[in-house]
Design a protein. Structure first.
Length: 173
C-alpha cells in the first residue's frame, strides 16, 4: 500500500504525531502572569525607595557665622538642638533647611539667643540624639544589597519563565 503525504497527515490517532500547522504566537498564561508579578514587584520596590527618599529632609550644612547672620536678620522659623552632636537643625522662613554646628559648652548661649529672638526651640531627647549619631554612618552598602536582591529576583523570574516555555514547547512536539 502506498501512502501519500496527504493521507499520512490524516492518519488515525495513535499512528503518528504531527505538529500543528499554525502555532500560537501568544505567550502562555503562566509566562504572562510571571511577567506581571515581576513588574509589580519592581514597581513596589521603586515606589518604596522613592517614598523613603522623599520622607527624609536634607539639611544643607552652613557655618555658625551664617547661622548668626540669619538669626539677626529674622530669617529663622524654628530650631531643633541636638546636644549630643552639638548641632542646630534650622528651618528658615523661606522653607529651606540648614544644619549649623556650635562649639562645645555654647548650648546655653545659643538657646538664650534663640529665645531672645522668639524662635521656637526644640531639644532632642537623648534617644533621638543617639539615633542621629547612628544615622551619620554611610548607608551605601544597604543600597547595594537592595539592588543585588532586585537583580537576583529578576534573574530567577526570567529563568522560571524560560524553563516553563521550554517545557511547554517540548510537550507540543
Amino acid at each position: 500500500m502506498v501512502c501519500s503525504h496527504a493521507t499520512a497527515a490524516h492518519a488515525a490517532p495513535g499512528d503518528a504525531r504531527v505538529p500543528p500547522m499554525i502555532t500560537s504566537t501568544r505567550a502562555p498564561l503562566t509566562a504572562r502572569i510571571a511577567v506581571l508579578v515581576a513588574s509589580l514587584a519592581c514597581a513596589a520596590l521603586f515606589a518604596g525607595a522613592l517614598a523613603a527618599r522623599a520622607a527624609t529632609i536634607a539639611y544643607a550644612p552652613e557655618s555658625f557665622t551664617e547661622y548668626e547672620q540669619q538669626l539677626n536678620g529674622g530669617k529663622i522659623k524654628a530650631v531643633t538642638i541636638n546636644k549630643r552632636v552639638r548641632s542646630l537643625r534650622v528651618t528658615l522662613t523661606d522653607g529651606s533647611y540648614v544644619l549649623a554646628r556650635y562649639k562645645p559648652k555654647e548650648e546655653k548661649k545659643v538657646a538664650a539667643a534663640l529665645q531672645a529672638k522668639h524662635v521656637p526651640v526644640t531639644l532632642l531627647t537623648p534617644t533621638e540624639a543617639g539615633k542621629e549619631v547612628k544615622a551619620k554612618k554611610p548607608a551605601k552598602h544597604k543600597l547595594r544589597y537592595i539592588a543585588a536582591g532586585v537583580l537576583v529576583v529578576v534573574i530567577v523570574i526570567v529563568a522560571a519563565v524560560l524553563l516553563i516555555r521550554r517545557r511547554r514547547y517540548s510537550e507540543d512536539y
